[in-house]
Design a protein around this ligand. Structure first.
Ligand code: PEP
Ligand code: MN
Length: 352
């Protein structure tokens, strides 16, 4: 349930309410919203009498949260969550473009892409150093060397970094190099990993699993948030459907308005993995912006035919510049800015 506390309530009174809830078996989270203290009390499987809670001194209003996800729900937090990544606001008015290669393959590749996508208006550099591959014989990523390359290229171009964490054992090193920790589609229900990410103060980009329902996906976000880390960005990347060999997955555009209604978290769209075919990335990116996403995550490679991973869906550098130009016009039409082309002065990311 959501409990709104009276204005000016002192900490002893808050403590008393929290204690009452805890002794009745609830888990309690506190959040300040619009200058008012609110509590999110989770009473899974318990019958708590709301009137009894209403009668506690200092309680102003009480409402049930009608979903299994609580902290992630808009019912608990009506205002959009805006996540600051070294001066880049994700979930605010600006649509943030994130772009880069599927996998970090070498210095020249990443620096070339970083400069080009930054010049086209991307603010976040993507690139996998630990790659979840279907085949154990496929390129598995450069590991820590890849993270170093990614960080250096992002710093040089004044960008933030997003990269995938596959396992808890990688967390410590990832925190040294990465501004946004990506959880891949295959790990969306790796609850041990989600719990570990709940313990850190670093934004997480949480992909939707290829067969996740919206509820399962938002419950994965809830795992991270219930640990204390409220900086979750959800990312739709296509689900398994009936595209056959024509599309890799099917982009679920309805995820945008549905997540916006159910949750206050920012939502990013990854049309690259959704469709898996280069020439179909642009129309889906346009549609995603029109439908109200907060950001795009796009794979770009200087020579896609030589890419060690996901070449067929990777845009060429010129394609990305064209995409940026087109989505910028759509964003303008719906009243949302996108960073202009050309490196902008300003913050270089938390580690920059
Ligand atoms: C990726 O972004 O490189 C990736 C592996 O994505 P997903 O987890 O969505 O397949
Ligand atoms: Mn990829």
């Amino acid at each position: 349930m959501k409990i709104i506390l009276r204005d000016g309530i002192d900490s002893a009174a808050i403590h008393h309410i929290e204690q009452w809830l805890v002794t009745h078996g609830c888990v309690v989270h506190r959040l300040e919203q619009d200058g008012r203290q609110t509590l999110c009390s989770i009473a899974e499987g318990l019958e708590i009498d709301l009137d009894q809670v209403r009668a506690l001194p200092g309680v102003d209003a009480v409402a049930r949260i009608p979903h299994s996800f609580k902290l992630a729900s808009r019912a608990f937090r009506p205002a959009d969550t805006v996540i600051d990544v070294g001066g880049i606001a994700i979930g605010g008015p600006e649509i943030v473009m994130m772009a880069g290669p599927c996998a970090v393959e070498g210095e020249e590749q990443v620096r070339t892409v970083a400069r080009a996508v930054r010049a086209a208006g991307a603010r976040v550099l993507r690139g996998g150093a630990f790659k979840p591959r279907t085949s154990p014989y496929a390129f598995q990523g450069l590991g820590v060397t890849g993270l170093r390359i990614l960080r250096a290229a992002a710093d040089e171009s004044g960008m933030a970094v997003v990269s995938e964490i596959m396992d808890v054992s990688q967390l410590e090193v990832m925190l040294d190099y990465v501004d946004i920790l990506q959880v891949g589609a295959r790990n969306v229900q790796n609850f041990t990993l989600l719990q570990a990410l709940g313990q850190v103060d670093r934004p997480v980009l949480l992909k939707r699993g290829m067969s996740s329902t919206m509820d399962e996906w938002l419950m994965a976000a809830e795992y991270i948030m219930s640990g204390g880390n409220r900086k979750v960005i959800v990312c739709e990347r296509g689900i398994r459907a009936f595209g056959g060999s024509y599309t890799r997955n099917t982009l679920d555009l309805s995820a945008i308005p549905v997540v916006k209604q159910l949750s206050h978290l920012p939502i990013v769209i990854d049309p690259s993995h959704a469709v898996g075919v280069r020439d179909k990335v642009l129309p889906l990116a346009r549609a995603a912006v029109a439908a109200g996403c907060d950001g795009l995550l796009i794979e770009v490679h200087p020579r896609p035919e030589e890419a060690l991973c996901d070449g067929p869906q990777s845009l060429r550098i010129d394609d990305f510049a064209a995409l940026a130009e087109q989505v910028r016009r759509i964003a303008e039409a719906i009243g949302r800015p996108i960073a202009p082309p050309g490196p902008a002065p300003g913050p270089r990311g938390p580690r920059g």
